[in-house]
Design a protein around this ligand. Structure first.
Ligand code: ACM
Length: 539
């Protein structure tokens, strides 16, 4: 029964009487051609339904929001008294800026005659469409035509809205290049779970994946390594196989548009000043030993080779950021900032001289200086910098948002200082950690132990921030670091079903027991079975 399998669980569900059956003569009236197209695309493979546009879709509901203030509108017979679209279409997708609900909220009302979804934004409509898909028989998730299923939608009224504006998944494509098709699939699965941020970790010591037109060697050299660890890094074995790949700007633009049509913003990360060995291998002048040649890293871990702190290096990275800004419209741009060993700066006379020149007392302040340059640059371009919690060390840049990964401490400190934070603590949402205490029965992973129940229990607003500072918690985000996840199927095994629990936490967990969640999850997993997701069985 679909009503008890909705995931993430909507805020308010009120069952009605009867059901609507979609058929070949069913129609759509929509204020958003894009969301109508998405709905057709989601339903067509299994149902074969064309869902034609009905002629009674109200043409006056164009994108111009000022229209609803026009007094002549009340004379239009297709408008109801409150100015919203009325139609005899089977499915109505209505955009109404005056609904008085949140930016991503939606209302869905299904009767035996019609399904009507209303929202103030296309994003709200998209989430309503994802809920509608889950209201249909589960066979709707099959990839090809299913005969003999009545495509029924139970009568119901749903009022729904996310708890958090940031509902993120981070995917590390630096350690292992993933085919673009996998990124599309990742977007589809995230959208199905109403997760709205895909943070792409595009650069690493072991591989640079973002095409930069001005500096072609970043991908010609930096996207390729000679070999990779075989088994666990500590086993000291390598596979002897060249590995690499990168995404062209055109591929990423297409992905950004595809994601946007599914309610998802892609937040790109260029990780600096540490985790930059691939870039330094491509352009040695970026490093602290310009006379030495480095290789793109072939081992996992934290590398000592980091960017130097010359003005010319700041220019280089802002050039790279310019191309990032051109491809990614995201308000937030991630600049990394984590795990930057200070050994090279300590040993470098030049770095020490620059530190004194800039009136900085230690290397932490030097890193803070570096990040602050980027913060100023991004702010001037109308964007917002986000970085891992190490950016707090040596002083947080004025406009920075902090992604708290070493537990919640960094997030608490930043929020108390008035900065926005994304909660990504390794203790709750590092999905590269083992899912079972019995590690021998699991695929090799980086370590840790993070079962499904721990993710489900997670409360993104720590007690220390309840009250005034809670508003600075933008939301939670899971991390998929891929040292030990070379293939897409390996990633899905770690991501699901923990991402289902994360979706509940981020959207707003209902007041129910963990066992009740597991029951609902069990029904939801049938959908993932039909899509062919390689999830870990919860029991
Ligand atoms: C991180 O896990 N180094 C952010």
């Amino acid at each position: 029964m679909p009503l008890d399998s909705l995931l993430p669980s909507p805020a308010v569900v009120t069952p009605g009487e009867g059901a609507l059956i979609l058929s070949g003569s069913s129609t759509i009236a929509s204020d958003s051609p894009a969301v109508a197209a998405l709905l057709r695309e989601l339903l067509a493979p299994a149902t074969g339904l064309g869902l034609a546009d009905t002629m009674s879709a109200d043409p006056s509901m164009s994108a111009d929001p000022s229209m609803s203030a026009d007094p002549s509108m009340s004379a239009d017979p297709s408008m109801s008294a409150d100015g919203s679209m009325s139609s005899d279409a089977t499915i109505v997708l209505s955009l109404d800026p005056d609904l008085g609900i949140g930016p991503e909220a939606y209302r869905l009302r299904a009767t035996p005659a019609q399904v009507r979804i209303e929202a103030v934004s296309e994003q709200g409509l998209i989430w309503g469409v994802q809920t509608l898909r889950q209201l249909l028989p589960v066979e709707v998730f099959r990839p090809s035509r299913v005969a003999g299923v009545p495509w029924s939608v139970p009568a119901v009224t749903i009022e729904d809205e996310p708890r958090f504006a940031w509902r993120g998944t981070m995917l590390d494509v630096g350690r292992w290049y993933k085919p673009v098709a996998f990124l599309y699939r990742t977007v589809d699965l995230a959208s199905m779970h109403k997760l709205n941020i895909l943070h792409l970790h595009l650069t690493e010591d072991q591989g640079w994946r973002f095409e930069v037109k001005r500096y072609p060697k970043l991908t010609e050299v930096g996207a390729w390594r000679s070999e990779s660890p075989l088994g666990h890094d500590r086993d000291n074995q390598t596979d002897g196989k060249r590995h690499g790949g990168f995404y062209t700007q055109e591929q990423l633009r297409d992905l950004v548009a595809y994601a946007a049509a599914r309610g998802i913003t892609i937040v790109p990360e260029i990780d600096m000043p540490g985790h930059m060995q691939a870039a330094i291998a491509a352009y040695p002048e970026l490093g602290n030993h310009p006379d030495r040649r480095l290789e793109v890293a072939t081992r996992w871990g934290i590398m000592k080779h980091v960017l130097n702190v010359e003005e010319s290096t700041i220019s280089f990275v802002t050039d790279v950021l310019d191309e990032i800004l051109d491809v990614f419209p995201s308000e937030f741009i991630h600049i990394g900032g984590d795990e930057c060993p200070k050994d090279e700066w300590k040993a470098s006379e030049r770095a020490q001289a620059l530190m004194r020149e800039r009136g900085l007392t230690d290397e932490r302040e030097l890193q803070s200086w570096f990040i602050t340059q980027l913060d100023g640059y991004l702010t001037a371009k109308g964007r917002r910098l986000v970085g891992w919690d190490e950016i707090l060390e040596g002083g947080l840049a004025p406009e920075a948002t902090v992604m708290s990964w070493r537990g919640e401490t960094g997030g608490i400190e930043a929020a108390k200082a008035g900065h926005d934070v994304v909660m990504a603590p390794n203790t709750y949402v590092y999905f590269d950690y083992y899912q079972s205490a019995d590690k021998d029965t699991e695929p090799i992973a980086i370590g840790g132990y993070l079962p499904l129940s721990t993710v489900w229990e997670y409360e993104p607003v720590p007690d220390a921030l309840m009250g005034d500072h809670a508003e600075h918690v933008l939301g939670p985000q899971c991390q998929l670091w891929t040292e030990y996840l070379p293939e897409g199927a390996d990633i899905e095994y770690m991501a699901y079903p923990r991402s289902c629990a994360l979706a509940e936490v981020a959207w707003g967990r209902p007041d129910e027991s963990y066992d009740a969640f597991l029951d609902r999850l069990g029904r939801h997993l049938t959908r993932l079975d039909l899509i062919g997701v390689n999830y870990r069985k919860p029991h």
